[in-house]
Design a protein around this ligand. Structure first.
Ligand SMILES: Cc1cc2nc3c(=O)[nH]c(=O)nc-3n(C[C@H](O)[C@H](O)[C@H](O)COP(=O)(O)OP(=O)(O)OC[C@H]3O[C@@H](n4cnc5c(N)ncnc54)[C@H](O)[C@@H]3O)c2cc1C
Length: 429
């Protein structure tokens, strides 16, 4: 058994853990960081790849892109990004709908968009290959953290790798081991859980029409459906589908032939993208809201889905996690100037107080949208249609809504500021 001491240890190399490691490494290069992941981090075998980097696609908000732009990975990521220039929100069977176009919002520079879509597999390749190149990040994988024990001046980890076991101590341990975090449970941290009784069905869809940079969010009697724009492949127009259905329909949806599946989607979505001609492999994700009742303890912080996991209806899970990561890095930069160490409770309290409101608003809005848009009942249908209708005629509210969705509202960390004063902040008033 080895004993080793690091400044920061991160458990989990998913989207949250890997992004945080790169942000820390870039903005606080003097720190020694270790990242531990149960799956092999540098493995080209898709079947063994990390759960974060599966066949899903992620809509990255403008705020997330600004954070990622501070890292050298941005240029490697760019070829895999498809710009979201417009968002079209509609409700099946009701006339109201709204189109949000980035050109309507003053001061977004021509190089920016409402956000970008990236296939998680590509995002993973870029994040993980950057991790391998950082001299101040040690990685241990495949290896599983079995225990975390906070102590007076540090916290200790027990790491299992095959039949070997090692201990590692760090001033700050970041627990980013996902929504079902076993370490959160071992620390006795309770979670607030709301099961939506729904699953998300995801698949890539080929259509005869081009998306033109439009992300579609459509509310249907069987649950919300999003089609996110993807880059063409072999001259075929592609979009990423996220369709929410009640859990008791899961078996039917899985059993459908590709033809029947495409027909069902077409019926619910309409012809905005022409005809759906092909569907890739379908994957199912059970949906629930998880919120840890504590996110910090002395020398410990929960990050990503371990801290909060939400319904993908508004595509905010990773975007919020990235804002948390950048706020933590910002706070640690300030703490370093003051001579404080990363795991001090005072420092972690400061981090959480900066992110509290953002977390409350983002989680609350996702939860409310899920409830409002997952029912065909008259009152919620009236509320959402009045809302969609109102957005078209109240530009102030539309812009406020856009700022939240784009992750550029409120007080952002230094890292999340636009590169120059020309960008979105003024424009999205
Ligand atoms: C269908 C769907 C669509 C989505 N779309 C969007 C979107 O468009 N935009 C957006 O912002 N968000 C989106 N999200 C949310 C986003 O995918 C999550 O926020 C993100 O994946 C969370 O990443 P994570 O790193 O916190 O957790 P995870 O991806 O679960 O990663 C945790 C990692 O920790 C490792 N691990 C676990 N236990 C241990 C241990 N004991 N020791 C070592 N390693 C361990 C695991 O192997 C794993 O690699 C979507 C989610 C779903 C389900």
């Amino acid at each position: 058994m080895n004993d080793k001491t690091q400044d920061i240890a991160i458990v989990g190399g998913g989207l949250a853990g890997a992004s945080l490691a790169l942000l820390l490494s870039h903005h606080l290069p003097q720190l020694k960081i270790t990242l531990i992941e149960s799956f092999p981090l540098f493995n080209s075998d898709n079947e063994k790849s990390l759960p974060s980097y599966d066949d899903r696609s992620s809509a990255l908000s403008l705020g997330s892109c600004r954070i990622l732009q501070t890292l050298t990975i941005w240029s490697q990521l760019k070829p895999y990004l498809t710009a979201i220039e417009k968002v079209h929100v509609s409700d099946r069977g009701h006339p109201a709908g709204t189109l949000l176009d980035y050109r309507e919002l003053d001061d977004i520079s021509d190089e920016e968009a409402l956000g970008y879509v990236v296939e998680n597999r590509h995002l993973g390749q870029v994040l993980l290959s950057a991790l391998a190149q950082q001299s101040n990040i040690d990685t241990i994988s495949p290896a599983t953290v079995a225990e975390v024990t906070p102590q007076a001046d540090e916290a200790q980890l027990v790491i299992r790798q095959g039949d070997k076991q090692q201990r590692l101590a760090a001033n700050l341990i970041v627990i980013a081991d996902g929504a079902h975090s076993s370490l959160r449970e071992k620390l006795g941290i309770a979670v607030e859980k709301s099961d939506y009784g729904q699953v998300a069905v995801i698949a890539n869809i080929t259509s005869s029409g081009y998306h033109d940079g439009v992300a579609y969010e459509r509310f249907t009697d069987s649950g919300p459906m999003a089609l996110l724009p993807l880059g063409d492949f072999n001259d075929e127009h592609r979009s990423a589908l996220v369709w929410t259905v009640d859990s008791d329909r899961e078996a039917d949806v899985v059993a459908m032939s590709d033809e029947a599946f495409l027909q069902t989607i077409q019926q619910r979505f309409g012809n905005r993208l022409g005809f759906f001609t092909r569907v890739g492999k379908r994957h199912i994700y059970p949906l629930a809201l998880y919120k840890a009742k504590e996110q910090i303890r002395r020398h410990i912080v929960l990050m990503g889905n371990a801290a909060h996991a939400m319904h993908p209806v508004a595509g905010q899970g990773f975007n919020l996690a990235l804002r948390d990561c950048s706020a933590l890095v910002d706070t640690l930069c300030d703490a370093t100037v003051r001579g404080q160490s990363p795991g001090e409770l005072d420092v972690l309290n400061h981090y959480l107080s900066r992110q509290d409101l953002d977390q409350e608003k983002t989680i609350g809005t996702s939860h409310l949208l899920t409830l409002l848009f997952s029912t065909a009942e008259t009152l919620p249908a009236f509320a959402r249609n009045t809302g969609l209708f109102g957005l078209n005629f109240l530009p102030g509210i539309k812009a406020w809504f856009a700022r939240q969705a784009m992750g550029v509202a409120g007080n952002r960390s230094q890292i999340a500021q636009p590169a120059s004063s020309t960008a979105a902040e003024k424009r999205i008033k």
